[in-house]
Write a protein that binds this ligand. Structure first.
Ligand code: ADP
Ligand code: MG
Length: 620
């Protein structure tokens, strides 16, 4: 369905489809239409003009009805062309997949054979084959199929070679699948779209070739009509009675045009690169569709205000972030903690409009940097601030770094895209940054590719990149998860120094209470897309108010505490497209009462601490 929608978005392809469908319906109905016998000659009626009585399209040099011959001929030409395409696709793809999958000798033998076929001029080869087999429609079909086999074989082999080395094929082999099964169940589904694309773009060409052979008298034999032989027979009367050539000529033109237009459309709609790219490219910033009031500006450096971010997938709405407010002042570090899936990353990405749209939509709230609302700000504004004033450190360093550029070049680019700096200066700055994040031998490491570094080093390069432009705010999304404890401690102290020296503000997302305790002044606890508790770190850790926070802290193992029983929280976090009414944690909470399961429970900010619970653990 989605395929048809994509296909018909292309007007030309839709036109081609309509014309082709009309022709196909006509030729399918041909046997039951009240037509005259296409092969009955009537010498008295030779060369009747079109629109004469009884002959809508006139008659040919033997007085045969042209309309009838045209429909029967089209029927034959289409059938032969399509049959040739199917044959060529079948044998060509079989050769291509086999050669590509087995490689080595098999590949060499098959492909040299194909090369030999390709060494002859196309139509000459077809003529030679027909000459050897003798004229006739069947032989013409075989000839046309044969000369098209190399095209499919080469195409499909190229795709298969690329797929054969991939992990899922290795996995299938390790699982003990035989070659035939791997080819049929793992490879074929992946190359099938390519086969269909190749077919749809060559059918028209093959119909032309068959017509060509018939035109030369090597295809269909008289009195049987196909489009090529009709043209051939009309040749001698081209000047005196042009309609005998024009009628089959127009039909060939219509068929080939419509098939090619449709074929191009099919290719565009099926090609995965085009499907994920050109036809539905993600927007450069997250889509904004805000209803309701926009909160007023505050004097914080960065303030996330009542932010709501959702994912609209089909009819489902995933409320990943449901009204989150967080703020940092210069030099302040705010920790955000929560189970996986609680919406931490989506909150962080929403700040700079980095949530992919579609499916992401910001549906409410504001994000203010120095008072300026970034939600819905023009792309240029966001682009200038991304990486320069507000920088990110992501969890997965491989998604931050480009695999084909040296890390030094990437660091330099991060600097030069925001500041006019000479190449030499950018490079020395890159080396200094690598030193800052404690990478040994920074001078030589700067010329490494990402794959030449360990995971921890790559993560440190990611951190160096975020520091490149001396940002005002760093949003770190689980930045130290991939690091060993010694490096983690160094990175944390580096960030700590920066915020003391330069007033860097940090939003630090993690699920590590130890890190929060060490680095953060304040912390917020997230659950199912909302803040459930917020306050000064020490106070929250020693006196958690929300039952969820308390249970989370109880899950942390302590060094030297012996075999303490781990208090895992039973149940799972709720799915965000179907949140329960009331407190989202109620289903897992021992203390939940009836009131907890209904109505909206607000974040109570009246005291020194904020908590979203009707029956907090303590009253402060
Ligand atoms: P975490 O707190 O672990 O960083 P995330 O912020 O990544 O969690 O995810 C929050 C919620 O949003 C999760 O329930 C996740 O399933 C959902 N989500 C994230 N990306 C998408 C997406 N593209 N489509 C639908 N749901 C998504
Ligand atoms: Mg995350």
């Amino acid at each position: 369905m989605a395929f048809l929608k994509l296909l018909f978005r292309n007007k030309l392809a839709a036109m081609g489809a309509v014309v082709l469908a009309f022709i196909v319906v006509l030729v399918i109905l041909t046997p039951i239409l009240p037509l005259q016998n296409p092969d009955i000659t009537a010498t008295a009626d030779r060369f009747k003009r079109p629109f004469t009585d009884g002959h809508l399209l006139g008659t040919d040099h033997l007085g045969r009805d042209l309309l009838s011959r045209l429909l029967w001929g089209t029927r034959l030409s289409l059938a032969v062309g399509v049959a040739a395409a199917v044959l060529a696709a079948f044998f060509g793809s079989a050769i291509g997949i086999t050669a590509g999958y087995f490689g080595g000798k098999v590949d060499n033998i098959f492909m040299r054979g194909v090369d030999m076929l390709m060494a002859f001029p196309y139509i000459l080869l077809a003529l030679a084959i027909v000459a050897a087999l003798g004229p006739g429609l069947m032989n013409a079909l075989i000839a046309v199929a044969a000369v098209n086999v190399p095209f499919f074989a080469r195409n499909i082999r190229g795709i298969t070679v690329g797929l054969a080395g991939r992990e899922f094929i290795d996995a299938a082999r390790l699982a003990g699948m035989g070659h035939a099964r791997i080819i049929l169940t793992e490879l074929l589904p992946n190359v099938l779209p390519v086969i269909i694309i190749a077919m749809s773009t060559t059918v028209g060409w093959m119909i032309l070739e068959t017509a060509g052979l018939s035109f030369l008298g090597l295809g269909s034999q008289p009195p049987q009509a196909d489009l090529g032989s009709m043209l051939g027979e009309a040749r001698s009367a081209l000047i005196s009675h042009p309609h005998t050539s024009v009628v089959p000529g127009i039909m060939i033109f219509l068929i080939v045009m419509s098939i090619n237009l449709l074929g191009d459309g099919v290719r565009d709609a099926l090609d995965p690169r085009l499907r994920s790219g050109a036809l539905s490219r993600p927007l450069p910033t997250t889509l904004v569709n805000r209803k309701g009031n926009i909160p007023a500006a505050t004097d914080d450096l960065l303030a996330i205000q009542e932010l709501e971010t959702q994912f609209h997938v089909g009819k489902r709405i995933y409320k990943a972030v449901g009204g989150v407010s967080l703020a940092v002042k210069p030099g302040e570090c705010l920790g955000v903690i929560g189970e996986s899936g609680s919406g931490k990353s989506v909150t962080a990405l929403s700040v700079m409009g980095l949530v992919a749209s579609p499916p992401g939509v910001i549906t409410g709230g504001a994000v203010r940097f120095q008072g300026e609302d970034l939600v819905g700000a023009p792309y240029e504004t966001l682009r200038q601030k991304r990486g320069d004033r507000v920088a990110y450190i992501f969890q997965d360093p491989l998604s931050t770094l480009h695999p084909l550029y040296k890390v030094g070049q990437q660091l330099a680019e991060a600097i030069q895209s925001h500041h006019r700096v000479s190449n030499a200066e950018a490079r020395s700055r890159a080396i200094q940054l690598l030193k800052d994040v404690r990478i040994p031998n920074a001078e030589s490491r700067v010329d490494n590719y990402p794959h030449e570094m360990s995971g921890g080093m790559r993560q440190r390069v990611g951190i160096a990149m975020s520091l490149a432009n001396e940002p005002d705010v760093i949003i770190a999304d689980e930045p130290t998860t991939a690091l060993d404890v010694t490096v983690q401690a160094q990175i944390l102290s580096l960030l700590d120094d920066l915020r003391r020296e330069r007033g860097l503000a940090i939003i630090f997302i993690t699920h590590d209470f130890g890190v929060v305790a060490q680095l953060c002044d304040r912390m917020a606890v997230m659950y199912a897309g909302r803040i459930v508790e917020e306050g000064p770190t020490g106070s929250v850790l020693s006196h958690p108010l929300h039952p969820y926070t308390k249970r989370l802290i109880a899950c942390v193992p302590e060094l030297g505490e012996g075999r303490r029983e781990m208090a895992a929280i039973p149940g799972l976090p709720p799915v965000v497209d179907d949140l329960p009414p009331g407190c989202a944690f109620a289903p897992r909470c021992e203390k939940a009462r009836e009131e907890c399961r209904q109505g909206d429970i607000t974040l109570d900010r009246s005291g020194a601490r904020a908590v979203r619970c009707l029956y907090p653990e303590e009253t402060l």
